[in-house]
Design a protein around this ligand. Structure first.
Ligand SMILES: *[C@@H]1O[C@H](CO)[C@@H](O)[C@H](O)[C@H]1NC(C)=O
Length: 633
């Protein structure tokens, strides 16, 4: 026994250390940083400058929608199913990212601040702005020469982009960004901690108390004034705040003399959680910049979008941090089986989930890794032209050594805060240049083969134009075409559906008499609230619940004045017949019907990115003889 332990110890000691570099971005312009959260040993994002309400934060990122993963993995053991859930727990629901139409169950893998910000019951200051992905435009891509009917890149890269974080409050420089994950997730109803409404109400109450004591303090005298304060703090709060009284009271100072100081620091939230604001010099030195990259279109043929340097980056500097998310038994988990509907005994056809193209693999490991870096999903294969390489994080707050020694079964228990690899510039990169990584020789070979066989593979397949192409026709920058009404001819195929972004004023109902004597309710359209007054109740803004399939009944206006429509929402609740009028052109889009987007096509290119040998930990190599496709399932 002792000998066996000794052998393991020797192996551990003799494993050469994995390469790291010590370099930070020196840029003073960074708008958002990554560091350890102030709340826990998890990742956190911090404002690199002051944001006002409704300001976008960081770069608008890509989303990788993957579908029906639970349905396809019912054969997993209980432990593997738990591991899968822990991976899915790091993703967003397709509802939040406008992907809900793609399939029965849609999950969105996202990177950057949308991945690496945490929640807080009292201090929500940002939301994922769902309309940004819903109302995305692709003029840049479609005018760059990308033709989705002939490109071998069809279905190989994501059409979902422009994922934007929006400030829902003023955020001061250095402050941690807390995302709204929905009231339930944020434990809004937990009475043991002040929630966002407690903070806001107490701030208002404190302003009023300060005014009261300014006016009456002197005439009351110290003793009576203190008693009044105690009375408000105890009896009034107990009566008005009821179950939340204790949480609300915890925000008030010992004596009324302390009230002004709390208002002066910016309110009760900052006063009782001062640790959420980090020193800017500390962030510049110890944090990672998360907006060194911006989206663009690649100059590489068929590659789609690209990650472009937002500023000059020197050789050796970190371009982006990539927190790794392990997908245990990844190749198996990302395999989808399609059974022959007529003959269930036939062996199923195997497809690879679209997510396959966005994950890192090593041939000696059964684990795949989703790199959840800011904008890093946009980084294309550069081969010898690559200008970044991977190296392990050297931040003191990230314990990467422990994760590197962990076995593949232990990996799901590590937080992404301890699994960071850096993308480091291998030469000076100029602002505006595309950032490229070497995906490995296997990938390059597979891609070349795919391009060579593309025409042959698709010669008998009818490929349709996706919603993206149609939306460009109706929303392209050059001329605005009116959408056809349901009685006019349409360019759209069966693969797409019209979708309206509808919020209507229920108080301003009109009734229209139909020819058969029945009446239809007509509501006027109202603009979508950008974020909403009540931050933890912004579910409307977070989830796309006011996005509906719709039919256009009437159209008014022209190119000069803009088009307005009367639409019929196709609601799930059958029988409910309503119309919405004054619907502006801009909130109408085509969406691909479930399983119709090119990313679902069986002939689309699928290959993971090679995790380079020199940074891949020995302990993660659980497949002695390497991965063999035939061993699968
Ligand atoms: C991103 O979203 C915003 C807000 O909805 C929209 O105005 C903008 O046109 C979008 N940009 C792109 C490139 O899709």
């Amino acid at each position: 026994m002792a000998k066996a332990i000794l052998t393991i110890a020797t192996i551990l000691l003799s494993t050469p250390p994995l390469p790291t570099v010590t370099a930070t971005t020196t840029s003073q312009e960074c708008g958002i940083y990554l560091a350890e959260s102030s709340t826990d040993h998890v990742l956190g994002s911090y404002a690199g400058r002051t944001y006002n309400r409704d300001d976008p934060i960081g770069s608008s990122d890509a989303i990788v929608q993957f579908v029906d993963i639970r349905i396809n993995n019912q054969h997993l053991s209980e432990q593997d199913a738990t591991h899968l859930e822990s991976f899915l727990g790091t993703c967003w629901s397709g509802d939040a990212t406008a992907g809900m139409n793609e399939a029965e169950e849609v999950i969105s893998a996202v990177g950057g601040p949308c991945f690496s910000s945490t929640g807080h019951v009292g201090m929500i200051n940002a939301v994922i702005y769902q309309p940004s992905t819903l109302l995305r435009t692709d003029h840049d891509l479609l005018t760059s020469g990308y033709d989705e009917l002939t490109s071998p890149g069809r279905g190989a890269f994501t059409y979902y982009h422009n994922l934007t974080l929006l400030a829902v409050d003023k955020i001061q420089e250095g402050s941690e960004i807390f995302l709204d994950f929905g009231a339930e997730y944020n434990q809004y109803d937990d009475v043991s901690k002040p929630n966002i409404d407690d903070y806001r109400k107490m701030d208002e109450a404190m302003e009023k108390m300060v005014a009261f004591f300014k006016k009456h303090g002197e005439s009351l005298g110290e003793k009576a004034a203190s008693e009044v304060y105690e009375f408000m703090k105890k009896d009034v709060l107990d009566l008005t705040a009821e179950a939340r009284a204790e949480a609300a009271r915890s925000l008030l100072p010992e004596t009324y003399h302390g009230l002004q100081a709390i208002i002066d620091v910016g309110g009760s939230a900052l006063h009782s959680n001062p640790e959420v604001v980090k020193d800017m010099d500390w962030l510049r030195k110890e944090g990672y910049c998360q907006d060194n990259l911006v989206p663009g279109v690649s100059k590489i043929e068929h590659a789609g979008r690209a990650a472009i340097a937002a500023r000059d980056i020197k050789k050796g500097e970190v371009v982006a941090p990539m927190p790794l998310v392990p997908i245990v038994k990844g190749r198996d988990v990302l395999t989808m089986l399609e059974y022959d509907e007529g003959d269930e005994t036939k062996p199923p056809i195997k497809y690879k989930q679209f997510l396959t193209n966005y994950v890192l693999e090593h041939p000696k490991s059964s684990v795949l890794f989703f790199p959840a870096g800011p904008m890093t999903s946009y980084i294309n294969h550069g081969g010898k032209k690559a200008n970044v390489k991977m190296a392990w994080s050297t931040k003191l707050w990230s314990d990467v050594q422990a994760a590197q020694k962990a076995s593949v079964d232990e990996l799901p228990f590590f937080s992404a805060v301890d699994m960071i690899v850096d993308l480091v510039a291998t030469r000076n990169i100029k602002k505006g240049e595309e950032v490229l990584f070497d995906y490995g020789d296997d990938w390059a070979k597979a891609w070349d083969e795919h391009v060579k066989h593309w025409k042959e593979m698709t010669k008998d397949v009818k490929l349709s134009q996706s919603a993206m192409v149609l939306n460009e026709i109706y929303h392209g920058a050059d001329t605005i075409q009116p959408f056809p009404t349901s009685s006019e001819d349409s360019l759209a195929g069966d693969n797409v559906q019209l979708m309206c972004h509808l919020l209507y004023d229920e108080d301003k109902i009109e009734r229209r008499r139909n020819q058969d004597g029945s009446r239809t309710k007509v509501y006027p359209w109202i603009p979508h609230p950008v974020t909403g007054e009540h931050r933890l109740k912004t579910d409307l803004a977070v989830r796309g619940i006011n996005r509906m399939d719709c039919i256009i009944e009437e159209r008014t206006g022209d190119e000069k004045t803009g088009y307005k429509y009367v639409v019929r929402p196709l609601q799930e609740k059958a029988g409910l017949k309503i119309l919405v009028k004054n619907v502006p052109h801009d909130v109408i889009r085509y969406v691909d019907r479930p399983y119709s987007n090119p990313q679902h096509e069986g002939h689309a290119f699928r290959h993971s990115i090679r995790f380079p040998d020199d940074v891949f930990p020995e302990a993660w190599k659980d497949l002695k003889d390497g991965y063999n496709e035939r061993d699968e399932l």
